[in-house]
Design a protein around this ligand. Structure first.
Ligand code: CMP
Length: 144
């Protein structure tokens, strides 16, 4: 048994389409423990940090624009083999190719707007969670 921590981000399309509850339900039903949860609107600077590995790729600008286009939900989960379990549950990047039963396979027909992001290692999960849970990364105006 290898207890792991994994970071997941429900993207602006997932929030806009009302899929937050469904995604969290799947994680909990699988047996993963949700240990932190936060809705935020990513600043451009933090979206760039989050996707530092993709800087320079042809889709990078579109990706940063999309990720800052609306609120996202940051989720920290823990469980046995959590990184592999979550990545299997979300499916491959391209929603058109992701198999039914996976989150992207069930809810996306896009390679960009693919509902969720999940870190590809525990080290990366810690790096990404530090960004998403940093109050300075939230551009949302909370004045009600
Ligand atoms: P994600 O798992 O968050 O990691 C990087 C993101 O970049 C990916 O999901 C997609 O949202 C986006 N992405 C990856 N490849 C492409 C592509 N070829 N065209 C547009 N967006 C992409």
């Amino acid at each position: 048994m290898v207890e792991e921590l994994e970071f997941l981000l429900i993207k602006p399309d997932g929030v806009r389409r009302g899929l937050v509850g469904e995604i969290i339900r799947r994680l909990e039903a699988k047996g993963l423990r949700i240990t932190r949860l936060k809705m935020l609107q990513l600043t451009r600077e933090c979206a760039e940090k989050l996707y530092d590995v993709h800087r320079g790729k042809e889709f990078y600008e579109k990706l940063v624009e999309f990720m800052t286009s609306g609120p996202v939900v940051a989720v920290l989960v823990e469980g046995d083999g959590a990184v592999e379990v979550v990545r299997t549950m979300i499916g491959p990047t391209d929603g058109r190719r992701a198999p039914p039963g996976t989150i992207r396979g069930d809810f996306s027909t896009s390679i960009l707007e693919n509902v969720v992001h999940a870190a590809d290692s525990e080290e990366r999960a810690r790096y990404e969670a530090e960004i998403a849970f940093d109050p300075g990364c939230d551009a949302y105006d909370y004045d009600l």
